[in-house]
Design a protein around this ligand. Structure first.
Ligand code: GAP
Length: 451
């Protein structure tokens, strides 16, 4: 069963409130490409920060890396991407459109969108051909020799080729991991489904290097750990599941993969993959580069570590959080759309609102509070329109707390703090407001939406 929230509602909210725009819109748009506006950038950054915090800051055994997008072309020969990172495609000679041969039943016919390709009398599909998903470009110095370089289709290979650097410089001994967040590029043919699958996207990948005998145990550990991370930031249990791959689904490098799937509006789909990559990558780069990527014990014995890889798309994770958070309800006879995001993910943590925008005393107090808050959290000041409208605007972008300066503030220096989810309003002193917001931000949170 698909989630009750339709993708159209998410797309419409994202556009209306400036989270996400179709890319190159004034030129008619570019398929499967999106630009991120103010709230989209803040939300996406919060997703990355929460991931990095769980992976690096809260652990002793993982370090960070930021490798290049364009790597030596031999990297992609060794990794198997040049020969094997392909999708089977068919062209329609009649409508001139191109489709994934394995996704025909999800694609629309170029002439009659209510039909799938191949279903009308006019459809004239070619045989399937393998099409490499890597974007090719050229680096100046290599132009004469005609050697192509690629925009990376995953961040993982930049980690493998730095294994020796990190192991030596960071003085880490297996089990240890290297985490990286960065852009990846894939020439995806499958039509978009909004930001679920795009030509360029950000990945958060971590390669965890372990002694071969411990690989199975660490694989199980990371599947659970990553499942728990999605739950920790509010994804409902009923909308999250772990699906181990069948043997015939496994990638060429994998000894075992489990997808953490989310119930998107398009149905259950991969949110994150956790793979046991064995020694495939370090062995392949050792053979191709001539540099031994192995671990040498103090007694001189050596082995090639095995790798466990959790790999999550930032944009796809953001989409799952948006879908899970989206809610509509009627409050006091008025419709309210609210994003029930985990406060640590919310683009804006606190809004400061003077009840009467023309009251100089209220404005002065509200501005002062806003300026105090914005130093420590993302905050907004809003004095435009009726207070109810202003609350609704903040609800729609998921702001967990709204602090209102009113007549009483002028008498006793207190403000009301309104909770986005419960709508409860409490009075607190202005002097404690900053501490209060910071405290609440650290408290455990679970979604009030039914599971
Ligand atoms: N290094 C392994 C790897 O890249 P993957 O399953 O191809 O594995 C990992 O990608 C994650 O990256 C996916 O689970 C998904 O969240 C995200 N992802 C992959 N392709 C994407 C695309 N075209 N658009 C958005 N996100 C994508």
């Amino acid at each position: 069963m698909a989630d009750a929230v339709s993708m159209d509602k998410i797309v419409s909210l994202c556009r209306r409130r400036g989270f996400v725009f179709p890319s190159s819109e004034i030129y008619g748009g570019l398929g499967s490409s999106y630009d991120y506006g103010h709230y989209g950038v803040l939300l996406k950054d919060n997703v990355k920060q929460r991931w990095l915090s769980a992976m690096v800051q809260e652990r002793d055994d993982i370090v960070a890396l930021d490798s290049s997008i364009i790597l030596h072309p031999q990297v992609w020969e060794a990794s198997g991407h040049v020969s094997g990172f392909t999708d089977p495609l068919v062209d329609c000679r009649f409508c001139k459109k191109r489709f994934r041969a394995d996704h025909l039943d999800e694609s629309e016919c170029g002439q009659r969108p209510s039909k799938h390709p191949g279903e009308t009398d006019n459809c004239d599909l070619t045989e399937a051909r393998q099409f490499n998903l890597m974007f090719e470009t050229r680096v100046g110095a290599l132009e004469e020799t005609g050697v192509p370089v690629y925009l990376r289709p995953e961040t993982a290979q930049g980690i493998f080729i730095n294994f020796k650097n990190v192991a030596q410089i960071a003085r880490r001994k297996p089990p240890f991991g290297i985490a990286q967040v960065g852009k990846s590029f894939r020439n995806e043919i499958t039509p978009g489904n909004f930001i679920f699958r795009t030509l360029e996207f950000e990945q958060m990948e971590m390669e965890f290097f372990v002694p071969p005998t411990d690989a199975e145990e660490w694989y199980g550990y990371w599947v659970q750990e990553r499942y728990d991370w999605h739950r920790r930031y509010g994804i409902r249990e009923s909308h999250l599941r772990i699906r181990p791959h069948e043997a015939d689904e496994l990638s060429h490098y994998s000894r075992g993969t489990s997808d953490i799937e989310y119930l998107f509006p398009i149905g259950w789909s991969e949110l994150e993959g956790v793979a046991n990559r064995g020694d495939f990558d370090l062995t392949a780069h050792t053979q191709s580069s001539g540099t031994k990527l192995e671990w040498v014990e103090q007694d001189g014995s050596r082995y090639t570590p095995h790798v466990i890889e959790p790999a999550l798309g930032v944009n796809r994770s953001m989409l799952a959080f948006l879908v899970d958070a989206y809610d509509e309800e009627v409050v006091a006879d008025r419709d309210r759309t609210v994003l029930r995001l985990h406060p640590q993910l919310a683009p804006v943590k606190a809004a400061v609102l003077p009840l009467i925008a023309k009251d100089e005393g209220m404005v002065a107090k509200a501005r002062a509070l806003y300026e105090e808050l914005r130093v420590v959290v993302s905050a907004e000041y809003d004095d435009g329109g009726q207070i109810g409208r202003r609350y609704r605007r903040q609800d729609e972008i998921g702001t967990p707390w709204a602090l209102t300066v009113d007549e009483q503030t002028l008498e006793d220096d207190t403000v009301t703090i309104r909770d986005r989810d419960s709508l409860v309003q409490e009075r607190i002193s202005i002097a404690r407001a900053r501490e209060h917001v910071l405290d609440r931000l650290q408290q455990p949170w679970s979604t009030p939406k039914p599971d």
